[in-house]
Design a protein around this ligand. Sequence first.
Ligand SMILES: *Cc1c(COP(=O)(O)O)cnc(C)c1O
Length: 394
Amino acid sequence: MPELAPSRLDARLEAELQEFTAAGRRRQRRIVDSACGRTLTVDGRQRLNFASNDYLGLAGDPALAQALAAGAQAWGAGSGAAHLVSGHLAPHQALEDALAAFTGFPRALCFATGYLANLAVTPALAGRGAAVFADKLNHASLIDAMQLAKANGADVRRYPHNDLAALERLLAASPAATKLIVTDAVFSMDGDLAPLPGLFALAERHDAWLVIDDAHGFGVLGPQGRGSLAHFGLPAAPRILLMGTLGKAAGVGGAFVAGSATAIDYLLNTGRSYIFTTAAPPAMACALAASLRLIGDGDARRRQLFANIARLRDGAAGLPWRLPASPTAIQPLIVGDNQATLALAQALWERDLWVPAIRPPTVPQGSARLRISLSAAHTADDIDHLLATLKELA
Ligand SMILES: *Cc1c(COP(=O)(O)O)cnc(C)c1O
């Protein structure tokens, strides 16, 4: 083979990557040499893990690995096709039925990932003649879904974070025949909750759909971990579509959307990121069915998680950084300055504590932070150790 000349296309990308480096925005991955759990092994050292979304400590649970292995033995490695072709196997259906029963909705539809679930819902419901109203701090997948709806002719508006009055003004001013309110239930960088009762009341008053992304509430909040709707005592109303991810508290992977039988059937018929992708391996559905049982029986895990949250919040009161109100496993310690945040994360890392630094543009300018993710897998000693180290570094 003759030597290939370097491509000018590549050179352009390389120049841009250098700009990322110069701006301190170049991303890289760390290779983890252990299963997801209370600690993660990197570069031969065990690090205390405050960087996963494994809120109930299920990702490394042997019972789920067992269910996954048994599922693979019974159903093979792959599903072979998309759900609408021949890839919808009995374990997929059983999982959907279990998720519908668990969330209280008539029907649920499983997706390969939460990103794909969100990408399906908004564009399926909102095209020409529709309007989408989205919280400013919604997850990137909801923003991308909104852009797809816009490309299809929908009018899209973003309202200030959790601002019901601003949202009501936008709803009242909109002549659209179909309206969609789209929100995270638990905001992923701040851990705060959306005012779901107020949003539901507005949806009722303006005859709008309410699309809720419960990625961080499912399994954690509400009785039996049934999620944010249950936390607020809201009904599984026909105008609500509830999305939950299954790779966070549920510890496996995938996602679902629950709603009325009609809405789910419509999504199954029109959701492009549902239709044009291979169904997840059926063994994952087997593992998830087991996970759903552990979540339902998981009061002890949730007690431990909420004790850890309270312990961290109490202890952080003495630190020089702000810890905004968050009742969830996501605890944002606001440092402010980008470099100072990176230096703090690095100092923790050198002490075998893995806490990710989150910087703009992921969060607003001047609000760079440590995003501390807590889990039922943490002990009180783990929380104390993190607090003591932060105090020492302050
Ligand atoms: C993680 C996340 C998603 C995406 O879910 P995946 O299953 O990881 O693709 C969607 N929305 C929110 C709020 C999330 O945090």
